[in-house]
Every structure is written in structure tokens, then in C-alpha cells.
Design a protein around this ligand. Structure first.
Ligand SMILES: [Zn+2]
Length: 108
């Protein structure tokens, strides 16, 4: 088990998890809400983290995360959008709703 990614935003970590899983890399999120480590780690250090289950997938996962970060850096910041299906406010970098999986509506 190796940590490959962490982000203050839980939605971002969840998004990365589904991206890695779509690459056939099994992973899990730890520190959701800090529950599993409460009392041991100061709250400010508890971020959701993404862990790869198999060390054999680690390099591939790391490369994927790096690629993804690179892509985000080169991307113009997209505006947040509201999901037409469930009404959830979704951050601009997501191409589908983190809540229900609906793709972002085409820009008008
Ligand atoms: Zn939705």
C-alpha cells in the first residue's frame, strides 16, 4: 500500500480515484474526515489521501497523477457549473458531476 495523492479537497481525491480505477489501478481513500486517525494526528494534517493497493501499480499510478497535475496546470481555469441532474455545484475542473456522474453541460 502506497500513498500516491492527497488533496485538501475530498472531491478531487475521489475524482482521482475513479480516474486511476479506470486505468485498472485499484486504490482506496484514507483519512476520509480524519475518522480513522482521529486522536493521533493533528486535525490540520489530515487530508484525504489516495493509496494504491498493489505496489506493482505504484509507478503507473504516480505517472498518471503527475500527468494529470500537468494537464491541470496547463488548463485554463474553468468556471464552476451546476449539475442539471442533481443541482450540485461542481468545480470547473471536473468534466462530470462528482455527485451523480452526469457529464457537464455543453457551454451555451
Ligand atoms: Zn449531479
Amino acid at each position: 500500500m502506497k500513498k500516491v495523492y492527497e488533496n485538501l479537497e475530498f472531491a478531487m481525491v475521489g475524482h482521482m480515484k475513479s480516474l486511476l480505477e479506470s486505468q485498472g489501478i485499484r486504490c482506496e481513500i484514507r483519512n476520509e474526515g480524519g475518522v480513522s486517525v482521529a486522536g493521533e494526528v493533528p486535525f490540520t494534517q489530515v487530508y484525504p489521501e489516495l493509496w494504491v493497493l498493489s505496489n506493482a501499480d505504484l509507478e503507473k499510478a504516480k505517472a498518471f497523477v503527475e500527468d494529470y497535475r500537468e494537464k491541470l496546470r496547463n488548463q485554463p481555469v474553468a468556471a464552476d457549473w451546476t449539475c442539471p441532474a442533481c443541482g450540485e455545484l461542481v468545480e470547473g475542473q471536473f468534466s462530470e458531476c462528482w455527485n451523480c456522474g452526469k457529464p457537464a453541460p455543453e457551454p451555451a
